[in-house]
Design a binder for this molecule. Structure first.
Ligand SMILES: *Cc1c(COP(=O)(O)O)cnc(C)c1O
Length: 359
């Protein structure tokens, strides 16, 4: 007997595969913070775990106020979610239906496509130039069916970014009924004067939403915590679609402590700046093509020659206790994405690449 049948668009979804884990060794496949999280956030989580029988504040009020204070924005125009992933899901529920389109960059973050598929909407991808978002290519693909333009800036897995002037140009040319989502998952890591996460656009414009996460610089990926800031009408729509207690009390408590811990954030940024350049340039000097990144990860390109392919390097690294990200699903079969780890992990990555190059 045939059981209940899910919607056909649901069966078309290829489930998201997270970065793989190892029994032991270095996990450099999910862009996690190698320094862990703020000790204050950990303390706050442990304290909150003493009251697990109580429902959380469904409005995440104190957390929204903490975020608002840090960025000088209106707490009423912030929504928190179980990771920014949940915010993307809410966007799909609130704004997408069959026949609609979302627009993203060629090597854009995979979750946007999954969200579209869940709603029966189509994903249109705009080609990139040198692994970088091409604003004109995006604009050329806006149609009357376009509902959301997703822009991860910096982008994962490429590690590239576009300057704020380009983001503003993109926004200026997009119809007002199309929502521009600026995913700033790696915003804190960027050290360029021409970059902005776009908080002021989200503050002023009726169709710009900024999403942020506690999973990366704050090192709280396990707790699932993200947020978005934008027009009151968009926040209202998302609030209507979310579950009443979508963010756990432990996550809220840790988030409040994490956002106040400027010291930990500064340490994380300093570590990343120094180590990213050290690892990338060492691998580059061994003759591999590497790509400049403003995130906490970078791409390496491999030859299309037996024994030298990305799949060979992936297996070689894995056999030596290093797991990196195969980015085939992003349309980058010749590449591997490597997250920046602790100093010992990075030393090991460099030594293993030396061995791979020498064999
Ligand atoms: C890691 C990442 C996120 C964060 O996802 P969470 O659900 O908040 O953990 C969002 N966008 C991009 C591009 C990412 O790489």
């Amino acid at each position: 007997m045939a059981g209940p049948q899910p919607l056909s668009n649901i069966l078309e979804i290829t489930p998201y595969k997270g970065g793989q884990k190892l029994e032991s060794g270095w996990k450099l496949s999910s862009n996690e913070n190698p320094l862990g999280c703020s000790p204050k956030a950990q303390e706050a989580a442990i304290e909150a775990a003493k009251s697990l029988h109580l429902y959380p504040d469904g409005g995440a009020t104190k957390l929204r106020e903490a975020i608002a204070g840090k960025y000088g924005i209106d707490a009423e125009r912030i929504i928190c979610g179980a990771g920014s992933d949940e915010i993307f899901q809410l966007l799909g529920r609130a704004y997408l239906q069959p026949g609609d389109e979302i627009l993203q960059s060629q090597h854009g973050f995979l979750v946007y496509r999954l969200v579209a598929q869940q709603s029966g909407a189509e994903t249109i991808s705009a080609p990139e130039t040198d692994l970088r978002t091409d604003v004109d290519a995006l604009l050329e693909r806006i149609t009357p069916r376009t509902k959301i333009v997703f822009l991860a800036n910096p982008n994962n897995p490429t590690g590239s970014y576009i300057p704020y002037e380009e983001v503003k140009r993109l926004h200026a040319e997009i119809p007002e009924n199309v929502l521009l989502v600026l995913d700033g998952a790696y915003a804190e890591y960027v050290r360029h004067n021409d970059y902005s996460a776009g908080m002021d656009l989200a503050g002023e414009m009726p169709n710009v939403l900024v999403t942020r996460t506690f999973s990366k610089i704050h090192g709280l990926a396990a707790l699932r915590l993200g947020w978005a800031y934008g027009p009151a009408s968009v926040i209202d729509a998302l609030n209507r679609t979310r579950g009443p207690f979508n963010v756990s009390a432990v996550a809220q408590a840790a988030g409040i402590a994490a956002i106040a811990d400027d010291t930990f954030q500064a340490q994380s940024i300093d570590h990343n700046i120094a180590e990213l350049e050290r690892v990338r340039s060492a691998i580059d000097k061994l003759g591999f093509e590497t790509f400049t990144s403003v995130g906490n990860f970078f791409l390496v390109r491999f030859e299309q020659r037996d024994g030298r392919r990305s799949t060979d390097a992936d297996a070689f690294l894995r056999a030596r206790g290093i797991v990196v990200r195969d980015v085939n699903v992003y349309g980058l079969p010749d590449y591997l994405r490597i997250s920046i780890g602790t100093k010992p992990a990075n030393d090991d990555v460099i030594a293993t690449f030396e061995a791979f190059a020498a064999r």
